[in-house]
Ligand binder design. Structure first.
Ligand SMILES: C[S@@+](CC[C@H](N)C(=O)[O-])C[C@H]1O[C@@H](n2cnc3c(N)ncnc32)[C@H](O)[C@@H]1O
Length: 223
């Protein structure tokens, strides 16, 4: 097992996180080495794993980070982030009540993963449930996804905190060349307080998607 980022490991060309729980969240596999359990992390099921496999250089997630995760779905990627931040916390926001049932199940054996039913367009509705964050991770696949990130950063992101956002070109504009869409989104983020540190294409795992790793040069309004 080679630790390539905090609590993220590579073994025989596969990616793993150190398992915080032995309960399965999806169809991941567990392996045990010297009394420690690790969970396989599938790049076809998680865009963050795809970005790492595709050579992401900087993963801004430390073991004690407070993370606001927008678009948690059933908890696949959030559960791996929860493995990484073993001394931190993941606030996992999802707006579909149907999917929320699965998310609750995924959180049930994880002391650091807090499920929140809410709309990422309305941060004031969950502001009393979320602390200031070191990182906002967003994967909502909505046309206004960058605007949603900016809005949540103003409420919750610490100065010099980080954001990771999955940009799906087809959710924004199906008629445009994806490269053009990514450029526009980058410009928008950079005009609104972020510096894009890294842009990583996640093909072949997801088509017309990139992940941006960003630093927030401003800070939440009441920091
Ligand atoms: C692509 S999936 C996320 C997959 C997840 N990030 C993972 O890797 O395991 C997008 C999710 O965002 C949720 N979503 C979309 N718009 C949202 C919003 N405005 N507020 C909260 N969740 C939203 C959807 O219901 C869906 O579950």
């Amino acid at each position: 097992m080679k630790e390539i980022f905090p609590n993220v490991f590579k073994f025989e060309d596969r990616l793993y996180t150190k398992a915080l729980s032995r309960k399965k969240v999806y169809d991941e596999k567990f392996i045990e080495k010297n009394g420690v359990y690790y969970r396989s992390w599938n790049p076809y099921k998680s865009k963050l794993a795809a970005a790492i496999v595709n050579g992401l250089k900087f993963l801004p997630i430390e073991k004690d980070y407070k993370v606001l995760y927008l678009g948690a779905s059933a908890g696949t990627t959030p559960s791996h982030v929860s493995d990484i931040v073993e001394d931190g916390i993941v606030y996992a926001l999802e707006y579909s009540p149907r999917i929320m049932r699965e998310l609750l199940e995924s959180c049930s054996d994880r002391y650091n993963m807090v499920p929140i039913l809410g709309d990422a367009n309305k941060p004031w509705e969950y502001s009393n449930m979320v602390e200031k964050a070191d990182l906002i991770y967003e994967d909502v696949a909505q046309p206004n996804q960058s605007e949603i990130l900016v809005k949540n950063a103003k409420w919750f992101l610490k100065k010099d905190g980080y954001a990771i956002i999955a940009i799906k070109a087809r959710s924004i504009d199906v008629t445009k060349d994806p490269k053009e869409v990514f450029k526009e989104q980058k410009n928008f983020l950079e005009k609104n307080g972020f510096k894009v540190l890294e842009e990583i294409d996640i093909e072949p795992y997801e088509k017309d998607h990139v992940l941006f790793v960003c630093k927030y040069l401003e800070g939440a309004l009441n920091d």
